[in-house]
Design a protein around this ligand. Sequence first.
Ligand SMILES: C[S@@+](CC[C@H](N)C(=O)[O-])C[C@H]1O[C@@H](n2cnc3c(N)ncnc32)[C@H](O)[C@@H]1O
Length: 236
Amino acid sequence: MSSGSDGGGGAAVAARSDKGSRGEDGFVPSALGTRKHWDAVYERELQTFREYGDTGEIWFGEESMNRLIRWMQKHKIPLDASVLDIGTGNGVFLVELAKFGFSNITGIDYSPSAIQLSGSIIEKEGLSNIKLKVEDFLNLSTQLSGFHICIDKGTFDAISLNPDNAIEKRKQYVKSLSRVLKVKGFFLITSCNWTKEELLNEFSEGFELFEELPTPKFSFGGRSGNSVAALVFQKM
Ligand SMILES: C[S@@+](CC[C@H](N)C(=O)[O-])C[C@H]1O[C@@H](n2cnc3c(N)ncnc32)[C@H](O)[C@@H]1O
C-alpha cells in the first residue's frame, strides 16, 4: 500500500514479498492492518494539522479522487445520492465530494483520531453537511444502510494485512458492504494490494464488475501492468 502518487504500490509489493511469514493468501501480516497503527498515524496527523494546517496524506494521490469524481459525473450520479466513504482517514475525499456539490455524504473510520482530524478539516473548509462517525466497518454498530455509492480507497488493502485472521475479516468486509449498499448501488474500490482479477474473486458473491477505471501503467524488465487497480462493482 502506498500513499502519495498514484503510481505507488511499493508497500504493496513489500506486503507480499517481505521475508516475514506469509498468511494463506500470500500477504505478510503487517501493522498497517491494525487499529493501533492507524490511531498512531492520525494522532500524529491531527497534531500536524493543528500546528501547521497540513491535512496529511491523500492515499493514491489527488488523481485517485479525480478519477472517482469523473466516473460519478460520467454516470450522472445525482448530487443528492447517498455516498459512504469507508475508512475515510483525513476525510479529504469527503471535502472534494462536497465541493463538487454532493450533499448526502458520510465518512466512517474506526480510528477516533481520523474522525477528529476529518472533522477539523471539514470545519476549516467551512463545510457543514458532511456526516462523520467512528465505526468499525467489520462490526457496524448502527443501522448504516441504503447507500447508493460506497467508496474504498486503501481500506480493504489495510484490512487484508491484519495479522489476526485477515481471510475472515475480508469475508466480513463483503458482508458489511452487502448490508450498507442498496441493490444496484455502486462500490468504487481503489487498491494497490490486489489485482483486478483478485478483486473480482473477492467480490464475486453478490457483486458484478461494472467498469474498470484506467490507472497508470508500469513497464519494467519486459513486464507491464497496473500498480493500482480501480474498479466499480454493482450490487446485484
Ligand atoms: C490507507 S488508509 C486510507 C484512508 C483514506 N481512505 C484515503 O484514501 O486517504 C486506510 C484507512 O482505513 C481505516 N480502516 C482500516 N480498517 C478499518 C475498519 N475495519 N473500519 C473502519 N475503518 C478502517 C484506517 O483507519 C485508515 O483511515
